[in-house]
Design a protein around this ligand. Structure first.
Ligand code: PXL
Length: 272
């Protein structure tokens, strides 16, 4: 049976992030995707200027039609949210559609900085959403926000493990912490039902926006395919390293994100 996932994320018209990353990656992984847009942007917010239409007022009507169609999914995968009200809408969706895989990428910030559009109330709401997830993929900044831990450079691995344990105690049993920078390597920590380990890969500069979306999309697809979490993380980090090398060779502007199109075939046989 083909697996089906609902992607709840923004549509950024340009700049390889959110839906324009999740849809091709999950499709390449053989998963059928439904889309619930949270916002429509001309381009992502790392560019100097952008326009954004918040989709909140349309979401309940949109989802009522899905309900009428009796749509059923194996999973939900949420990313960038456009308003605090969307958190309750997603919690209601989780109750109504009973997704067995609930993957939350708590997109809130990076490198110690919270994104422009994120308020403290939204961070609070994100803590509630994360508590309902089966798997989450925060970066180090987001892990700190979720656990009310002060962010600092050179965070110790033991601090990351403690934060994972505290989040998992009343929330997701599986956590992948992305982008742990250590000299010329990048680590990804895996917390899988109490077992904790970190795998490192060579850092390919420059780092690019949308990398977290590529990572979370592969981990989400692997979760639907019941792939072992460590193997999923290894696949995601190998894929990203390859794509970052190509992005550099092709001289893709940093804000245009991770050039993944050339390598999608690396993901097509994973489910077989
Ligand atoms: O990649 C995360 C992301 C998602 N959506 C929007 C963003 C960003 C990061 O900048 O701006 C709109």
């Amino acid at each position: 049976m083909q697996k089906k996932i609902t992607i709840v994320n923004d549509i950024s018209g340009f700049g390889r992030c959110s839906v324009t990353v999740a849809l091709p990656i999950l499709s390449a992984m053989g998963i059928s995707c439904g889309i619930v847009p949270t916002a429509i942007l001309s381009n992502h917010t790392e560019y100097p200027d952008y326009s954004m239409l918040d989709f909140t007022p349309y979401m309940n009507e949109y989802l009522s039609k899905w309900k009428k169609l009796n749509l059923e999914f194996d999973g939900i995968y949420t990313g960038f949210l456009g308003s605090k009200e969307q958190i309750q809408i997603i919690l209601d969706m989780m109750a109504q559609f009973s997704f067995s895989n609930r993957i939350v990428d708590p997109v809130m910030g990076d490198h110690g900085v919270i994104y422009d559009s994120y308020t403290e109330e939204m961070c609070e709401g994100m803590r509630k959403l994360v508590a309902q997830a089966t798997l989450i993929t925060p970066n180090v900044t987001e892990l700190c926000i979720l656990t009310n831990h002060a962010y600092h450079e050179d965070i110790a691995i033991s601090e990351i493990e403690n934060m994972c344990q505290s989040l998992a105690s009343d929330g997701p049993a599986r956590i992948v912490v992305t982008g742990i920078e250590k000299n010329d390597t990048i680590g990804n920590a895996i917390y899988d039902y109490g077992k904790f380990e970190v795998i490192y890969t060579k850092k390919v500069l420059p780092l690019r926006p949308g990398t977290g979306d590529v990572f979370a999309s592969i981990v989400a697809g692997s979760s639907l395919h019941n792939t072992n979490l460590k193997d999923a993380v290894q696949t995601a980090s190998d894929f990203i390293r390859t794509c970052l090398e190509t992005s550099k060779e092709m001289d893709i502007p940093i804000n245009d994100g991770v050039c993944f199109e050339e390598h999608l075939r690396m993901l097509t046989n994973l489910s077989i």
